[in-house]
Design a protein around this ligand. Structure first.
Ligand code: BDR
Ligand code: CA
Length: 306
């Protein structure tokens, strides 16, 4: 089993990504770090605690950055609701899961204490990871790989070319892409292709309490506009970590636009060496949708509350 840190802004699809991994025998989730993103960090922290309390999994939760490095917060309440995961009534969160120190200190601790290299799965803006790498560069040696939901090889969602996680904190994302660490990028185009349909939610809801919770959250996703397919952004990154055979990867040099108002936050994906920089990222370029859907439903249906 590989040690794993999940850095996240739950968020409906973040919650699903975490549910996909809690019982995976190939990873050992050492820490869930919250970050400001879909909603403020008070909400994302509380949502992580609520989810783990509901699942009955004792994974420490550390509260992370409250705002991007240089810019004002931009939330995604139209997709995730006012509190980020409000469409399901969770039990009161078990506050004993919350760590005393903040996400950056806790991420450092997990990394430095680990005998094996640790994987990091990022499902939100990259603020915590940029701060971590800048403050404690010695942690780099302990990081196996960053698997990231972020960016796009084509069009964006909060800009024409800007994807949310990258565009909310483009400077942080740029620091991470330039860190020299191995990165797997799972972008918007993959999450759009790897969609569930409403019948998949029916199957989840028929399976029991955990499937019921994930189904209820997704019914309210995107303001309830789910008839045309339910986008699987963060779950794609989670499965790219543990089921890489579902995806096709292609190496590229990736960098982030931080100065043009028109293309702010765009991930520039150079497969062909046009920019003449060394390749720094394995970019996810395709997903087997049928196998993805089946894997998602089977995994979530098998999770039981503890
Ligand atoms: C990303 O933005 C968030 O709203 C989702 O949780 C996902 O991480 C997609 O752009
Ligand atoms: Ca997210």
């Amino acid at each position: 089993t590989r040690p794993l840190i999940i850095d996240t802004d739950p968020g409906i699809d973040d919650a699903a990504a975490i549910a996909l991994l809690v019982d995976d025998p190939s990873v050992d989730i050492k820490l869930i770090a919250s970050v400001s993103g879909n909603v403020g960090v008070g909400h994302t922290t509380n949502n992580a605690l609520k989810l783990l309390t509901f699942l009955g999994r004792r994974i420490p939760v550390a509260r992370g950055a409250a705002a991007p490095l240089m810019r004002a917060n931009r939330f995604a309440t139209e997709a995730h609701g006012k509190s980020g995961m409000g469409a399901f009534v969770f039990p009161e969160p078990d506050q004993s899961l919350l760590t005393e120190s903040n996400a950056i200190m806790e991420e450092r601790r997990v990394l430095m204490d680990s005998e094996e290299p640790v994987s990091i799965l990022t499902l939100g803006p990259l603020t915590n990871i940029a701060l971590l790498l800048a403050t404690f560069p010695e942690v780099k040696e302990h990081i196996d790989r960053i698997v990231m939901m972020g960016g796009s090889t084509g069009r964006g969602n909060i800009g024409v070319y800007g994807e949310f996680n990258i565009s909310v904190d483009p400077e942080a994302a740029k620091m991470v892409f330039r860190s020299g660490l191995p990165i797997t990028m799972v972008g918007l185009d993959i999450g759009r292709k790897a969609h569930l349909v409403v019948e998949d939610l029916d199957a989840l809801e028929a399976s029991g309490e955990v499937g019921g919770m994930i189904g209820a959250l997704f019914r309210s996703y995107d303001g309830g506009h789910i008839e045309e397919g339910i986008k699987m952004y963060d779950p794609s990154a989670a499965l790219a970590l543990v089921e890489p055979d579902l995806f096709e990867l292609r190496p590229a040099f990736v960098d982030v636009e931080i100065s043009s108002p028109l293309t702010m936050g765009a991930t520039v994906v150079d497969y062909d060496g046009i920019i003449n920089d060394a390749k720094n990222t394995d970019v996810c370029v395709d997903v087997n949708v049928d196998r993805f859907r089946k894997t998602f439903v089977d995994r979530v249906c098998a999770v039981r509350r503890k």
